[in-house]
Design a protein around this ligand. Structure first.
Ligand code: ZN
Length: 461
């Protein structure tokens, strides 16, 4: 995102071990005996309810049982977490480990990939300590496949961090979103993306990225965004009342000017489909940076795994996302951050107008029943602070239980770890966090994670 642009029974264990072998995080297994976690409450993800008290029995890297009480095997370590709520490890479906505050646009020029990789390790640790045990890294933004090294070091237990899905660079068109378009051509300033200009090049780029270790594909589908009251793209409301109703915040149909948001698409539906099919052939899926129409409809038709940012969705796109169960990932936290950290009052006003428009559209999406997932776009703002996203999604219209279910269930779906993460159930990875109080009464509890276990290993207590 760029500023201004936009065990259990043996049968279950056996079934899971096939998938684990393919993912490779074997080194996170704890070698010890059983651990029983006890707390005042436990969040039942499927039911969307709190049960009291809560207990989880862990053996090795997996959950054996969870509920109001579990068996306490002889010799088990019992960890009593007191007045807390046990929940699955949080999922962030949209992060940038290779971005840090204040440098996101020129990092490719100013910082070496080794330097960025060291910072990415620290970012991964910060996210894990904040309770995020699974993340989708939505593009290294110019650091190429350096994320492969971070993912493998985490999986080998060499450094602390969440389970990761990684994409290497995102894919974009020449001169498109995240290309270095405003510089002296003779300086050959590198862009932040891998270029692909047609379906064949998309397929070739995906193969190259996968060869270097990617586990999903990130495509920039829209940009550069423009938005302004009465700007060059604005259409007077009296000419298009329907468009006015969709795009405008304060004026009414019939007014001479209105605030309009426009974002050109980068790839056609057929080109995106070629990418989705090649990703599927390699056992992966595609997430798109997509701020609006008509790119969002192309992406939904092509069958992407998620539509990220999803600021502007037409009725047809929303319907398709419901039918195909394609989650939107609103990424409110980055929009709020940019609005609150703008360089000038004029820029701040513009960012706030963008955020207001986004909130307005999000409420429509929630009312229609578009599936949601939780992704913060952390990186331009400090890693480890992104649980703010849960709070904002509640503030803008979802219930705490719905936001948590969106995070866990739709997050696991997008990250292709369904049945492995996102619930406290027998056979799942023992990725468990505890938050103070009751998160259904105060969602900000997820911003104060006090206990983190990943794969049966306590990493924060
Ligand atoms: Zn992003």
């Amino acid at each position: 995102m760029k500023r201004y642009e936009w065990m259990v029974v043996a049968a279950v264990a056996g079934a899971c071990s096939v998938a684990i072998g393919q993912e490779g995080p074997a080194a996170t297994k704890s070698q010890g005996h059983a651990i029983v976690l006890h707390a005042a409450r436990l969040f039942d993800v499927e039911a969307g309810k709190i049960v009291t008290p809560g207990e989880v029995l862990v053996e090795g890297e997996r959950i054996v049982a969870a509920g109001t009480s579990v068996e306490h095997p002889a010799g088990a370590d019992v960890i009593d977490l007191g007045d807390m709520t046990l929940m699955p490890g949080l999922i962030d479906a949209h992060v940038h480990l290779f971005l840090h505050p204040g440098a996101e646009d020129l990092q490719t020029v100013e910082e070496s990939v080794p330097q960025r990789t060291i910072l990415a390790e620290l970012a991964a640790k910060a996210d894990l300590m904040a309770g995020f045990t699974a993340e989708r890294d939505m593009g290294t933004e110019g650091a190429g496949s350096a994320d492969t090294a971070v993912m493998r070091a985490i999986d080998a237990g060499l450094i602390p961090g969440p389970r990761l899905r990684i994409s290497g660079n995102a894919i974009s068109i020449l001169g498109g979103h995240e290309d270095a378009v405003h510089y002296n051509p003779a300086a050959h300033v590198p862009g932040n993306a891998d270029y692909a200009n047609d379906a064949e090049q998309i397929v070739e780029t995906i193969r190259e990225q996968h060869k270097e270790g990617s586990t999903f594909v990130k495509i920039y589908e829209t940009g550069t965004d423009s938005e302004a009251p009465g700007g060059v793209n604005a259409v007077p409301c009296e000419e298009d009342a329907a468009l006015c109703a969709q795009n405008h915040l304060s004026a009414q149909a019939g007014d001479a000017e209105f605030w309009a948001f426009h974002t050109p698409y980068q790839y056609t539906e057929a080109q995106l489909k070629a990418g989705v099919e090649e990703a599927a052939r390699l056992g992966m899926n595609v997430g798109v940076h997509d701020q609006g129409e008509p790119g969002a409809l192309f992406a939904a038709e092509a069958g992407v795994a998620s539509i990220d940012h999803a600021t502007q969705l037409s009725d047809a796109t929303m319907q398709l996302m419901k039918e195909k169960h394609i989650p939107a990932v609103p990424t409110f936290t980055i929009f709020e951050y940019f609005a609150n950290h703008a360089e000038s009052p004029a820029a701040a006003a513009r960012e706030h107008a963008m955020l207001d428009y986004k909130i307005h559209e999000f409420k429509r999406q929630v009312a229609v029943g578009v599936p949601m997932a939780v992704g913060s776009d952390v990186g331009p703002f400090p890693h480890g602070t992104q649980a703010r996203e849960f709070e904002l999604m509640v503030q803008y219209g979802m219930t705490p239980a719905a936001v948590l279910q969106a995070d866990y269930l739709n997050g696991a779906q997008i990250l292709r770890w369904q049945g492995q993460v996102g619930e406290l159930k027998a056979g799942y990875y023992a990725d468990v966090v505890a938050v103070p109080g009751n998160p259904l009464e105060d969602i900000t509890a997820v911003e104060r994670v006090g206990f983190v276990m990943k794969g049966g290993v306590v990493v924060k207590k």
